[in-house]
Design a protein around this ligand. Structure first.
Ligand SMILES: *Cc1c(COP(=O)(O)O)cnc(C)c1O
Length: 365
């Protein structure tokens, strides 16, 4: 098939930045300096400014960013961290990698994000933090979570891997809690050409500790104050990210246009469209719809030349890796994982493609 509408055309996305990326790669190559140099410094400064935080430190990927945050707080065995049950596995891995216990909270079926009304009942004397995940690109409703965190003296850790640029109450994600982890995996709204991640925060002490932890536990070469790890954002990726950061708002605006089109034009009683109250709170990393017979719907779209993906088919608590939680019953999460399917959305989709997707979905019976 020639006219397949790809779920995400990464080559085409990066092609729009080709000239500048070529120049940035050449500049880095010529500099002879490939780790923790000027490019990293400039990007981190610009990304912190973009998010509205005082500090940003690079990491090798999003999972590391989240893992380093929990490690820097010193949370470990015996400590509990609240996590949304409906998330990508990485959020939970960051918790368990530190020896902490993830305590799952069900999502709101309308936003797919953690249901703030169900958090308080899960808090115990062992709870240390609430991890919020701005899933699919939609900022979590934070008001109640801020109140709870204050009341019980808990840290708020944001998993912002899917929500670069989403705004809640005039603040961007990455600046909605105590600290945030970002991923720059190629398919994210801000993606590099490999793995990359970052932590943003306004907490100077935490920033310094994470910066050291990510670099062998060292701030001064060969002086190791912590037993750290090696998790750094390399110069080439930082240079590329700095270029793409300048186009992020424009790319997100195009995603919003596509989402608007889908939400206005897709009219099919079999398809549940995503709901959003405040346009700026969503950057549409993923346009997820729900349908009863997902297998049939996915096959139908495939036959019409439309690629889809599922985010995600199995919830973390039902994964083999988390056998100890397989017995849990989290019906809202399980329903979402059974019915959810993601339609193509990306800044490089053409109007013709968007129209075709929406027409084909309308015709589904
Ligand atoms: C992508 C993602 C991560 C992990 O990022 P990596 O860079 O792939 O390690 C974490 N959480 C969420 C919600 C993600 O979507």
């Amino acid at each position: 098939m020639n006219n397949v509408i790809k779920f995400l055309d990464l080559r085409k996305i990066n092609e729009t930045y080709r000239k500048e990326i070529d120049a940035a790669v050449k500049r880095t190559l010529d500099s002879g300096w490939y780790l923790l140099g000027k490019e990293n410094e400039v990007f981190c400064k610009n990304f912190a400014a973009y998010c509205g935080t005082k500090y940003c430190v690079g990491a090798a990927n999003g999972l590391d960013a989240l893992t380093l945050i929990i490690r820097a707080y010193g949370f470990g065995s015996g400590d509990e961290i609240i996590v949304p049950a409906n998330t990508y596995i990485a959020s939970v891995l960051a918790v368990s990698q530190n020896g902490c216990t993830p305590v799952f909270v069900e999502p709101d079926l309308n936003t797919y994000n953690i249901n703030p009304d169900l958090i308080e009942e899960k808090i115990t004397s062992k709870t240390k933090a609430i991890m919020v995940v701005h899933l699919y690109g939609q900022a979590v409703k934070m008001d109640k979570i801020w109140e709870i965190a204050k009341k019980y003296n808990l840290k708020i850790i944001e998993d912002s891997a899917q929500a670069h640029g989403a705004i809640y109450n005039s603040k961007k994600t990455g600046n909605l809690g105590d600290v945030a982890g970002f991923s720059f995996y190629p398919g994210k709204n801000l993606g590099c050409l490999g793995d990359g991640g970052a932590v943003t925060t306004n907490d100077e002490e935490l920033y310094k500790k994470i910066k050291a932890l990510a670099n062998y536990g060292s701030n001064v070469k060969y002086h190791n104050i912590y037993k750290g790890v090696n998790s750094r954002l390399d110069e080439i990726q930082a240079a590329i990210l700095d270029i793409k950061l300048k186009g992020l708002d424009k790319d997100n605006a195009r995603r919003r246009e596509i989402s608007d089109f889908y939400r206005k034009n897709i009219k099919n009683p079999l398809i549940v469209l995503p709901e959003v109250k405040n346009e700026e709170s969503h950057v549409w990393h993923i346009f997820a719809v729900r349908v009863q017979d997902r297998t049939k719907f996915q096959k139908y779209l495939e036959d019409k030349g439309i690629q889809t993906l599922i985010h995600y088919p199995i919830p973390p608590h039902k994964q083999e890796a988390y056998k100890e939680y397989n017995h849990l019953s989290l019906p809202v999460t399980e329903k979402i994982h059974k019915e959810i399917i993601s339609l193509p959305i990306s800044p490089v989709m053409t109007d013709k493609e968007i129209k075709k997707v929406s027409e084909v979905v309308c015709e589904y019976k």
